[in-house]
Design a protein around this ligand. Structure first.
Ligand code: HEC
Ligand code: HEC
Ligand code: HEC
Ligand code: HEC
Ligand code: HEC
Ligand code: HEC
Ligand code: HEC
Length: 480
């Protein structure tokens, strides 16, 4: 008998538990959603507890208004104002008659979760630390060492979290794209004026990317202190370059030795009887040395595939590819001037005043745009294409007059996360294209001076005109 009673108790127990779980989980998920929705749609115009922005401060709004009214207002306030809802009209007038945009694409559930988030919002509690949270300098050698070992995951963290920090925040340069800020970048941002507040950021991650990546950690104040010590020290250090195995150099040395031995044996020691072995070694050696010398000499001035680290991880794949932003939206002057130019901070801000967070990099990279704006300095993009002083090249001539696509010279830009130099920009490259490419000759006034070519075209003696024929191979056209 006891058995059955027990069993009867188990099943309702499980049911009760699942009901409880059911009630608990969706709520925490909802709170999360509410925060994300609020950050996505509302933070452009509203703050909570920090005063008026475009719209009024929303702190305690649920105590001042009915929920039902709020839902209708958020969905479409203009409709209510037009319909003469007295409260809506009053709010509208109190805010200098600036209307709020409608959110008809948000479901009732989503709007309610936003309101829940606003209702439950509390000012961030200052975290209690035993340590000096403003300290950025003057750590002892021992503290720095301890921080470094913590960062590398060699000292276990008090409250769990086993992934070493440096597995995401790398300390060495990598040759692939790493969307996480590198350790050096964290250090730089930490030490910069107006940079990150390390302690606040670690205690209460702000971006969805960081909430996800840092979910497993709950660092104690002391641990943060050691991490701060390590990062403050790292700032002085430059990132170690990514080392590839020096095969070419080794090849050079090995054949230098083999060739010397072969010559010595050929003339003095004569250990190896068969002369053709000496011959093979000498010939291959000379070929390899010659090849290395030539490629070295060429790479002195040419930088094909050059792809330096840019100050912001800007991806053409995301902007020109996924979001299909036109090249000329950012490289505005390509059609009219010699250079294509780089976009100013304002161009970035056109969109990023709203898009505050990236799918891959969180807030870290996009924050740099705002910091640059605040400091009043342009972002210092590193130039990749750099032709020598004595060569003249004009974008307007090629893009506007010649109607050549950007991709013909710059490659599949819309697929590049990291921009790199696609063509080698050698003289042969320019010349070859000028030999092969036909110009739009007929209805182009620019070429009205070429009377003979026009006559030849008309009489059918030639059926097209290449760049070469209009002087595209003249030294003076390209050289000052
Ligand atoms: C483009 C700017 C803008 C955006 C985006 C915006 N609001 Fe507003 N909001 C306003 C302005 C301006 C007012 C006040 C004028 C009015 O009545 O329309 C306002 C008023 C309100 C009010 C009424 C305040 C009161 O005192 O009764 C609420 C509630 C509100 N907004 C919530 C939201 C929520 C939630 C979102 C995000 C889903 C949001 N707003 C997005 C500009 C904005
Ligand atoms: C949203 C703005 C934006 C758009 C759209 C854009 N670019 Fe860029 N472009 C930049 C920025 C910023 C840089 C500098 C950073 C870098 O090199 O990645 C750059 C750099 C370049 C460079 C390298 C310049 C150099 O020598 O340093 C080329 C070439 C280039 N863009 C071509 C293109 C082409 C082709 C397209 C269209 C398919 C395009 N860009 C679309 C912003 C943009
Ligand atoms: C005929 C080949 C060719 C075409 C087509 C071309 N470029 Fe270039 N681009 C170059 C060369 C060569 C340079 C290097 C110029 C220098 O160093 O003076 C360059 C440099 C650049 C730069 C570096 C900054 C600057 O202004 O010099 C950007 C950005 C750029 N190109 C973007 C574009 C965009 C966007 C397009 C299409 C609208 C485009 N390019 C079309 C050959 C080309
Ligand atoms: C036409 C609008 C537009 C312009 C102009 C623009 N961006 Fe973006 N940017 C976006 C969008 C949309 C995203 C994608 C957000 C996401 O990850 O969903 C984005 C993402 C990013 C990211 C984060 C990438 C990631 O996945 O983490 C960075 C960094 C960034 N942009 C930098 C810049 C810089 C620097 C400029 C100016 C040179 C610029 N953007 C100009 C629309 C724009
Ligand atoms: C799984 C990858 C990952 C690991 C492991 C990781 N982080 Fe992060 N970290 C991120 C990402 C992603 C961000 C978010 C960037 C953003 O949105 O600003 C971030 C942000 C940060 C920031 C804040 C940057 C800012 O501007 O606010 C600090 C500081 C930081 N991490 C330190 C650490 C420390 C210390 C550890 C080890 C205890 C660690 N991280 C482990 C991925 C990681
Ligand atoms: C993809 C093909 C292509 C490449 C590569 C190219 N060009 Fe051109 N170039 C043209 C075309 C097409 C024209 C004629 C444009 C027109 O209709 O005016 C032209 C015209 C010119 C002109 C004007 C010639 C004249 O008679 O007025 C100069 C100067 C020039 N290019 C320089 C260069 C230099 C320097 C390079 C290499 C760095 C280069 N081009 C690479 C296609 C190319
Ligand atoms: C279509 C454009 C174009 C024309 C026409 C042209 N060049 Fe060049 N030339 C270049 C470019 C681009 C380079 C730079 C290549 C490099 O850096 O490897 C160059 C490099 C050179 C160099 C090497 C300089 C150095 O520092 O490496 C010499 C010499 C030279 N050109 C001579 C000439 C002479 C002579 C003519 C006429 C027969 C001529 N070029 C016609 C584009 C042109």
């Amino acid at each position: 008998m006891k058995h059955t009673i027990r069993k009867k108790g188990v099943i309702p127990g499980i049911m009760l538990l699942s009901v409880l779980l059911f009630l608990l989980i969706p709520e925490s998920l909802q709170a999360q959603d509410g925060r994300q929705l609020f950050e996505k749609h509302c933070t452009v115009c509203h703050k909570i507890g920090e005063g008026k922005l475009v719209g009024p401060d929303l702190k305690d709004i649920t105590q001042r208004r009915e929920r039902d009214w709020l839902v209708r207002f958020i969905r479409n306030s203009k409709e209510m104002i037009d319909a003469g809802d007295p409260l809506a009209v009053q709010v509208f007038e109190e805010n200098n008659k600036v209307p709020m945009q409608a959110f008809e694409n948000l479901s009732g559930e989503e709007i309610n979760s936003i309101i829940d988030y606003i209702e439950k919002w509390e000012p961030a509690k200052p975290v209690e630390f035993q340590v000096d949270v403003t300290k950025r300098d003057g750590f002892t050698e021992k503290e720095i060492m301890r921080g470094e070992r913590m960062f590398y995951g060699l000292i276990p963290l008090e409250n769990g979290g086993t992934t070493a920090c440096n597995s995401c925040h790398v300390t060495q340069k990598t040759d692939t794209l790493n969307w996480n800020p590198s350790a050096h970048e964290l250090a730089k941002s930490f030490m910069e004026e107006d940079g990150m507040d390390l302690y606040a950021s670690l205690a209460d991650p702000q971006s969805a990317a960081m909430q996800k990546a840092h979910g497993e950690y709950k660092l104690s104040g002391e641990e943060m202190y050691y991490i701060a010590a390590y990062l403050s020290n790292l700032r002085e250090d430059t990132p170690k370059p990514f080392k590839t195995f020096p095969t070419r150099f080794l090849l050079f040395v090995v054949f230098a030795i083999l060739m010397t031995l072969a010559i010595v044996d050929l003339i003095f020691t004569r250990i190896i009887k068969y002369r053709f072995i000496h011959g093979i070694i000498l010939l291959t050696g000379i070929a390899i040395h010659f090849n290395l010398a030539v490629t070295e000499a060429q790479s002195l001035s040419r930088t094909k595939d050059y792809a330096p680290d840019q100050p912001i991880k800007f991806s053409h794949k995301i902007h020109a590819g996924d979001n299909q932003t036109d090249c000329r939206y950012c490289h505005t002057v390509a059609d009219y001037s010699k250079s294509a130019g780089f976009p100013s901070n304002d161009v970035c801000l056109n969109c990023h005043i709203v898009v505050r967070e990236g799918r891959n990099s969180g807030k870290f990279e996009i924050n740099k745009i705002f910091r640059a704006e605040k400091s009043g300095k342009p972002i210092e993009w590193i130039r990749i294409h750099n032709m020598q002083e004595h060569v003249f090249f004009s974008h307007a001539q090629h893009v506007n007059a010649g109607k050549i696509e950007c991709e013909t010279c710059h490659g599949p830009v819309a697929e590049m996360d990291i921009m790199k130099q696609f063509s080698d920009l050698s003289m042969g490259w320019c010349i070859n294209c000028h030999r092969d490419t036909k110009v739009n000759f007929k209805d182009n006034n620019y070429y009205s001076t070429y009377m003979k070519l026009h006559d030849d075209l008309k009489s059918g003696r030639i059926d097209s005109v290449t760049v070469e024929q209009i002087g595209g191979l003249d030294c003076m056209k390209c050289h000052y």
